[in-house]
Design a protein around this ligand. Structure first.
Ligand code: MGD
Ligand code: MGD
Ligand code: MO
Length: 759
């Protein structure tokens, strides 16, 4: 079978009536995603990059002429590959001899596209490592706060917020009540990093509901609560979940509903947390009345659900989005304390989970394929940043930031090379990032399309689309391997990242070490054989290529993955967690001893600078949430049909409640300006009565397109969000703590407002 693999699933390659290739849903996928169906349309899209390009004054005057200030505001000159790769090789040599390799930032975060071999970051990092190394980045935008907190509280095995969830099959069979903080946003489960053969989250959730699972969803919007009579949606103010959880803990404590033997055997630090709950030091009982004032959830509801958590076999699920916020560690930590107190941790399908439906794989009862990746080599440079500190890195050479118990020095970056990511989609406060990006001497970007990031470069290398190359796709959390076969050739002038870097490697004198003299098919065979060594039941390479895919435990229901957590709870002494105490740390001395101003020794309520209860809310009265877009992957396929069809007059849609729309005197479909002190963006109003008043929702992924007046026409929420970290512990991204104002959009000059379209 001829298949094409993406992060949103696998597609079959067929042809239309004129013999032109087109993508069809994969026959083995019960719930294929619409996102990829129009992917091939991008092949000749006008925003495609078709040749290597160099910013004019950088080309004419060189990297030291101080022309960085016109990055993003100047035209590009087309050059050939020989010229482009010579410029890059010379520039790498210059920077490393003048300043050392730490002056090169190759952190280059981003999802790129599926495929183990053509993985954009790995290709770039392998090249840069051979060139002496680079300043790198750690952690993710997805669960950056959790990824640093959880190793302290549950141990390093649980660093990935994907790995705490019980399996859907266990939930269906044993769990009676699922309490979700944040919705079960099924549009997110279209996606799996690395690809998948079959989307199953929708089906699993349905099966759980058929078995009678009761579901409570705490969320500012009801749109991500499943349908069904056993589902209850409880609206709450954004960023206040930790307060509600603490009040539930308080209820369990004061009503004598604690699982004391569990707390004693499996946790440490409950005593100190207990004093905090009853308010021994601050005189504030963290009771339901207290949390009700903060969150807007009626006190009776908090008490009732807390009692249910104890009485029923229950699971507390927290969406990853909650930790993409100021003090984002707190709801995760508080949920662990809450589930521990309620007493079902370690029972099948119960306890706590992070991110059910965030991506397809969370909770899937499959054997996971752990295979080899394309080798990046070794980076001799020790400098790194937590990934979301890119602005500080560029703004403040020689500065310091705190991170997870140690100070980090920010090196003086002279050269930035980004491949496979789009910081002008993913990072916060894009106007500030634009200024920061104008500081280094050279910016290189490898991209398919003229994204905001590509437009901020000095040298742009055009990269082939994933359907223009052969690869093997697999996610390390799923059980599928797909042979993703080229659908068409890239246009003349465009190459894969690997081919491009071979040319650079040649000029740096390390080509043989870069490609080991192997062709693409030899690389793919090597990767596949790496899988076969671990899973001998897989077919041989030629058979796999011919058929197009292979899966572990094909057709049968795999046993649920071994649940280390259950082993720990059964016998904490024999199977301790890898925390300092060997147990769940409700109190972490390690975290407490760091002495950071914004995270303490146990879970606690902390008031963000930007939330509906903050003084700033009198000036900017809407809390902006920026969830994942339903019709594309981040900024990718923005120009695909699914994403374009979801727009209004070509503008991104944002949601407000009917009450707020009326008060602002704006109508459904009207163009509005969302703004605050950091920036301003335009989007079309979609009135949504499932959304609570005071909250605005603008999904991510609209392309940052500031006009001459600096107003972003692309509807990118990161025009408005702040770079303030979740805390000094994680330095993670916190876009979901953001206040904005909204007004009808008046086009500059004409004084009118309303439904005018693009000029
Ligand atoms: N406000 C707000 N911001 C957010 C979030 C949020 O919730 N709110 N979420 C954050 C999260 S969780 C994430 S993961 C990030 C995602 O942010 P990113 O991962 O940076 O977003 P993508 O649009 O997927 O960017 C990948 C880029 O790689 C390019 N690409 C694809 N294939 C290749 C290839 O083979 N080679 C090369 N060179 N390039 C390729 C694509 O064209 C695309 O521009 O966004 C974060 N930003
Ligand atoms: N279609 C599609 N799917 C994707 C992606 C994509 O770009 N497109 N991106 C993928 C990636 S990289 C990631 S990391 C995951 C992210 O997965 P999540 O982090 O789960 O995704 P979000 O869409 O940011 O979260 C939306 C949910 O957050 C809730 N929410 C937000 N703030 C609050 C709050 O303060 N309190 C409560 N109780 N609820 C709140 C809302 O209820 C909503 O249901 O999604 C993945 N899936
Ligand atoms: Mo993510």
């Amino acid at each position: 079978m001829h298949l094409f693999a993406t992060h949103f699933g696998t597609y079959e390659v067929g042809a239309d009536a004129n013999g032109k290739p087109r993508l069809l849903p994969f026959r083995h996928d019960p719930d294929p995603s619409e996102i990829g169906l129009g992917y091939l349309d991008l092949a000749d899209h006008p925003e495609r990059i078709r040749a290597p390009m160099v910013r004019r004054s950088w080309l004419e005057k060189g990297p030291l002429a101080g022309t960085g200030g016109s990055r993003g505001r100047e035209d590009f000159v087309e050059v050939d590959w020989d010229k482009a790769t010579s410029l890059i090789a010379d520039e790498l040599r210059r920077v490393r001899s003048a300043h050392g390799n730490q002056a090169i930032f190759g952190g280059s975060y981003g999802w790129a596209s599926a495929g183990r071999f053509h993985h954009a970051q790995s290709q770039l990092k392998r090249l840069l490592n051979l060139a002496g190394g680079f300043t790198s980045s750690v952690n993710t935008y997805s669960y950056g706060a959790a990824g640093v907190l959880l190793p302290h509280v549950l141990g390093p095995d649980y660093k990935d917020a994907c790995d705490t969830s019980p399996s859907w099959s266990d939930i269906a069979d044993n769990c009676e009540l699922l309490v979700g903080f944040g919705g079960l946003r099924l549009t997110n489960a279209q996606v799996e990093a690395g690809g998948t053969g079959s989307h199953r989250a929708v089906e699993w959730l349905r099966r759980c509901q058929e078995k009678g699972l009761r579901i409570v969803v705490f969320s500012p919007t009801a749109s991500d609560a499943p349908e069904g009579s056993n589902v209850r949606h409880v609206p709450l103010r954004p960023n206040t979940d930790a307060a509600v959880m603490l009040a539930m803990c308080h209820t369990l404590l004061t009503e004598g509903l604690l699982d004391c033997p569990f707390l004693k055997r499996c946790t440490v630090g409950f005593g100190e947390f207990e004093s905090y709950l009853i308010g021994e030091a601050d005189g504030i009982a963290k009771d339901a009345e207290w949390a009700s004032k903060i969150s807007g959830v009626p006190a009776g509801t908090i008490v009732e659900i807390a009692e249910d958590l104890h009485d029923l076999r229950s699971l507390v699920n927290v969406a990853w989005s909650l930790q993409r916020a100021r003090f984002g560690e707190q709801p995760f930590w508080a949920a662990i304390a809450l589930a521990s107190m309620a007493g079902h941790v370690g029972q099948r399908g119960c306890g706590f989970a992070f991110g059910l439906t965030a991506v397809n794989s969370v909770g899937q009862p499959v054997r996971r394929l752990k295979g080899p990746a394309f080798e990046q080599g070794v980076n001799p440079v020790r400098h790194f940043i937590p990934v979301a500190r890119i602005t500080e890195l560029l703004e403040n050479p020689g500065g310091r930031i705190d991170y997870d118990g140690r100070p980090l020095e920010l090196p003086d970056i002279r050269l930035v090379w980004w491949a496979g990511g789009n910081p002008f989609h993913h990072h916060q406060d894009l106007n500030r990032l634009s200024e920061a990006f104008r500081r280094p001497e050279t910016v290189i970007v490898t991209e398919n399309m003229w994204t905001g990031t590509a437009r901020m470069a000095d040298i742009v290398l055009p990269s082939a689309f994933p359907f223009e190359r052969d690869d093997i796709a697999a996610s390390s959390r799923d059980n599928w391997l797909v042979y993703s076969r080229r659908v068409m050739d890239p246009p003349a002038g465009v190459q894969t990242d690997h081919e491009a870097y071979r040319l650079v490697a040649e000029k740096l004198g390390c080509r043989e070490r870069f490609d080991e003299n192997l062709g693409i098919d030899e690389w793919l065979a090597r990767i596949y054989e790496g899988y076969r060594e671990r899973y001998p039941e897989l077919p041989d390479y030629q058979a796999f290529r011919l058929r197009g895919f292979a899966a572990l435990d094909e057709g049968e229901m795999a046993p649920a993955p071994a649940d280390h957590f259950r082993r720990f709870v059964t016998d904490p002494a024999a199977a301790p967690l890898k925390t300092p105490s060997g147990r769940i740390e409700i109190r972490s001395s390690t975290v407490g001893n760091f002495g950071y101003p914004d995270i303490g020794v146990h879970p606690a309520w902390r008031e963000p600078e930007e939330w509906l209860g903050a003084p700033l809310a009198s000036r900017h009265r809407f809390h902006l949430l920026s969830p994942q877009p339903a019709h594309r992957l981040h900024g990718q396929l923005e120009y695909g049909p699914a994403s374009q069809n979801a727009k209004l007059h070509g503008y991104e849609r944002f949601q407000l409640s009917a009450a707020d729309a009326e008060e602002l005197d704006v109508k459904d479909g009207e163009l509005c300006e969302l703004y605050n002190d950091r920036g301003s963006t335009v989007a079309a109003l979609a009135v949504d009565d499932r959304l609570m008043p005071g909250v605005a929702v603008l999904p991510t992924g609209g392309w940052f397109r500031p006009d001459a007046a600096g107003i972003d026409r692309g509807g990118n929420p990161n025009t408005l969000t702040a770079i303030t970290p979740a805390s000094h512990l994680s330095q993670a991204t916190a876009p979901n703590s953001c206040l904005v104002s909204i007004r009808p959009w008046r086009r500059p000059g004409d004084g009118s407002s309303g439904e005018q379209h693009e000029d």
